[in-house]
Every structure is written in C-alpha cells, then in structure tokens.
Design a protein around this ligand. Structure first.
Ligand code: SDX
Length: 388
C-alpha cells in the first residue's frame, strides 16, 4: 500500500478533513465580520467604508482593542503611549545595523519583534492591561523597525521618531528622512486602516492558536509575522509588484496575453482571489481609487493601465476579483516604497487585529487542537539499521 493512497480507507469512519479548514468556524469574535457574497467588511460594528472616510489608524487600533471608539481623551492617551514606545532598544538597533542587508524585511521584522519580548513594559497586577501594554508597544515599534532596516540597508542613518506625529507620519518620516505632506500621510493612514483586521485569516488564526496555548503575545505576533509573509497571504502585495515590474522589464508588453499565458500554465495571478470574498474586496475599492490618483500624480499611469487590463482579464477568464493586495502594491510603489517592504507594512497595520484577537482568545480560551487523518502505515516490523 502506498502511503498516500486513500482507497483502502473507509473515510466515513475517519474524522472529516476540510482541506484548508474552508468553512470551519473555530472561534467567535467581535473584531470583524465579512460578508463574502456582498463584499461587506465590518470592524467591531463599523463598516470599513465609514472607517475609511472618518477614522485614523490610531482610532481603529483603539476600536479593535476595546470594541468601541475612543473619546478624545482616550485617543490622546493612546497617542502619547505610542509616542513613548516608538524608540527601539539599543540591542534591537544593533541587530538591525548588523543584519544582512539582503535579508527579507519580513525576516528581520520577525526576529526584531521576537527580541522585543525582553524589553516589555513593567508588568502590573492586571494581566489584561499588561497584554494591552505589550500590544501598544509592538504597534509603536514595528514601523520603527521597518524604517530602520530600510535605512540601514541603503547606507543611511537610523532616524529617531518625531514626537506628537501619527503612526503613518512617523513611518514615512523615519523611512524617507523628510516630513511627509498631508496627502502622503492620509494615503498611508488609509492603507493602515484598510489592512488592520480581517477575520480568521491565516496569520490571525496563527495568533489565536499560539494564544490558546497561553504562550505570550510576542510569540503569537512573531508566529503571525511568519504566517503573513507567505505569498498566498500578505506576501502577495510584494509578488504583485514584482509581477508588474517583470512584465515591464523589456518595455511594452501585451498584458492580456501575459495573464492568459499564466493562467494556461496554471500559475496564480497574485493579488486575485480570496477564500471568503466571491466579489470585489471592499478594501480594494479604496486602494484602486488611490492607485489611480497616485499613478497620475507620479507619472505611473502605465502601471495603473496594466493593472486594469489584468483586472479585466481575470474577470473575463476566471471570474476572479482583486483582493486587498492587488492595488496596495501600486499605491506603495507610487509613493516611492521598495516592493519588498510591502508585506512588512501590512504587518505594521495588522498588529492591531492580531493583538485584539490575542486578547479575545485569552479572555475566553480553549486550547486549539484539531485532528489529522492518519494515512500512513501501521505496526511495521523493525528493520535493524544495517539492513535498511
Ligand atoms: C490576503 O484570508 C484573508 O482574509 C486574507 C487577507 C487578509 O486581509 O488577511 O484578505 C489578505 O491574504 C489576500 C490574499 C492574497 N493572496 C493572493 O493574492 C495569492 C493569489 N490568490 C490565491 O492563490 C487564492 O485566491 C487564495 C490563496 C487567496 C485563496 O485560495 P483558496 O480559497 O484556497 O482558493 P483556491 O486556490 O482553491 O482557488 C479556487 C479556484 C482554483 O481554480 P480551479 O482549480 O477550481 O479551477 O480559483 C482559482 C484556482 O486556480 N484561483 C486562481 C487564483 N485564485 C484562485 N487562479 C489564478 N490566480 C489566482 N489568484
């Protein structure tokens, strides 16, 4: 019998396998709701379009952590906590300064976040408050880590954060060394809002699985970063940009033919498809609008035109719509960010959702422990090593 031949098993007697856990409801949550048929997304009661129009990223963080909007005083308090924590410990700076400049930013981020567990806020007797303090600390420091690594690998000095500025403004400043304008801050802030939370995606599931063992929040976030990094998940935004750059490397390209060729070869077109959405991802509407506007402003119209050809080809050939990662790629490219940083920027936002889920799991925990169907052989006779 071959190890992967299922024909001799009575599958009715086996635990049911749901490949990729599709359709399985493993947790309850107040953090977000997705209607994949209608293309609706809600964060703790608020439609994503309402938040995109009105909120700041910091307000969204508070909303996800507390399930309500902050008062002015609470928002000011959160902002000053974030301000206080944006600086990196010297040991983390040393790690970043001495890291391989060719490393993937997500690998650097994963290790640097793991290091932060040794530099936590002084614990109090309130366990949930301690967890929230750690969540705020990581939310503050992740942009500093990403910007610092990008500067070091480009031979530039690491910059200190600017007090009193938002996460979006600080990130752009620490990355580029110039105070960003209002439009750039708004663009980055909106991107952070749109990426903050999304139900039981793979990295959030990773977070909750690690939380369920009662491991610490740094372990959970480190695991989540590893999960987000993959190209089927958050890594898709970098893959989208690499695909666009590869398409354009020899000048003009027949975009439709390029995409059709990929589909014939059964290659995935990155930034398209979604396990839950069977229609346009509501986040992609905002990102598409930004991508269009920025591409005109920055002379990257060609990239936007190609994106639209890809979108139309995917729709007509496969009836598949873009997800959050498709237009975010050209938005970041238009504002001058290196493609390999895009997934780290996703993490810089999703830290809010991950940590909200960590706290939710902690408050009502049961160990996550599914089953696997064993399809290997059983009770083999032992073969002495010299006879193998
Ligand atoms: C994110 O879960 C979340 O919420 C994630 C996320 C979040 O905010 O956290 O929204 C962020 O991760 C977005 C997804 C980023 N990934 C990509 O863009 C990579 C490309 N897309 C895929 O590989 C795919 O669509 C997934 C991974 C996103 C979803 O995979 P599923 O649900 O397992 O679907 P599947 O691979 O089984 O595909 C079903 C069918 C297949 O065709 P058939 O074999 O049935 O004929 O759709 C086809 C697939 O071939 N298909 C694609 C495709 N996506 C699906 N074909 C070509 N290109 C694609 N992108």
């Amino acid at each position: 019998m071959k190890a992967h031949d299922l024909s001799s098993y009575n599958l009715d007697e086996m635990p049911y396998i749901n490949k990729g856990l599709e359709g399985i409801v493993a947790f309850s949550t107040t953090k977000s709701f997705i209607d994949g048929q209608k293309g609706d997304l809600i964060y703790s009661g608020y439609n994503i379009h309402t938040l995109a129009e009105n909120a700041t990223f910091e307000e969204v963080c508070f909303l996800l952590w507390y399930d309500r909007l902050p008062t002015k005083k609470e928002l000011n308090e959160l902002t000053s906590h974030l301000d206080k924590h944006r600086h990196l410990p010297e040991e983390v700076m040393t790690y970043i300064r001495t890291a391989n400049p060719d490393a993937e930013p997500m690998a650097i981020l994963r290790s640097a976040v793991s290091m932060l567990s040794s530099y936590t806020v002084e614990p109090t007797s309130d366990e949930m408050q301690n967890i929230l303090n750690d969540a705020i600390l990581m939310t503050a420091k992740i942009p500093s880590i990403i910007a610092a690594y990008d500067r070091v690998r480009n031979g530039k000095e690491i910059l200190e954060p600017l007090p009193g500025e938002s996460t979006a403004a600080n990130f752009l400043y620490m990355l580029n060394g110039e105070k960003p304008g209002d439009a750039a801050i708004k663009t980055m802030d909106l991107c952070l809002i749109l990426h903050a939370e999304h139900g039981m995606n793979a990295s959030t599931f990773t977070t909750r699985t690690i939380a369920s063992t009662m491991s610490d929040i740094y372990s959970a976030v480190t695991g989540a970063i590893g999960s987000l990094k993959g190209p089927l998940h958050g890594g898709a935004n970098t893959a989208v940009m690499n695909m666009l750059l590869e398409m354009g490397k020899d000048g003009d390209v027949d975009v439709e033919a390029y995409i059709k060729d990929r589909l014939v070869k059964k290659e995935k077109v990155m930034g398209f498809g979604h396990r839950v959405y069977k229609t346009f991802d509501p986040r992609a509407h905002h990102l598409q609008k930004m991508s269009k506007k920025l591409s005109v402003e920055t002379g990257h119209e060609k990239l936007y035109d190609w994106s639209m050809t890809i979108l139309n080809t995917m729709k007509s050939e496969k009836n598949i719509d873009p997800n959050v990662d498709f237009f975010s790629a050209t938005v970041y490219y238009s504002i001058g960010i290196q493609p390999d940083l895009y997934t780290a920027i996703f993490a810089m936002s999703r830290i809010s959702g991950w940590t909200a889920h960590y706290m939710e799991q902690w408050a009502n925990n049961r160990l996550v422990r599914p089953r696997a169907l064993y399809i290997g052989e059983k009770n083999l006779d032992w073969t002495p090593i010299e006879n193998r």
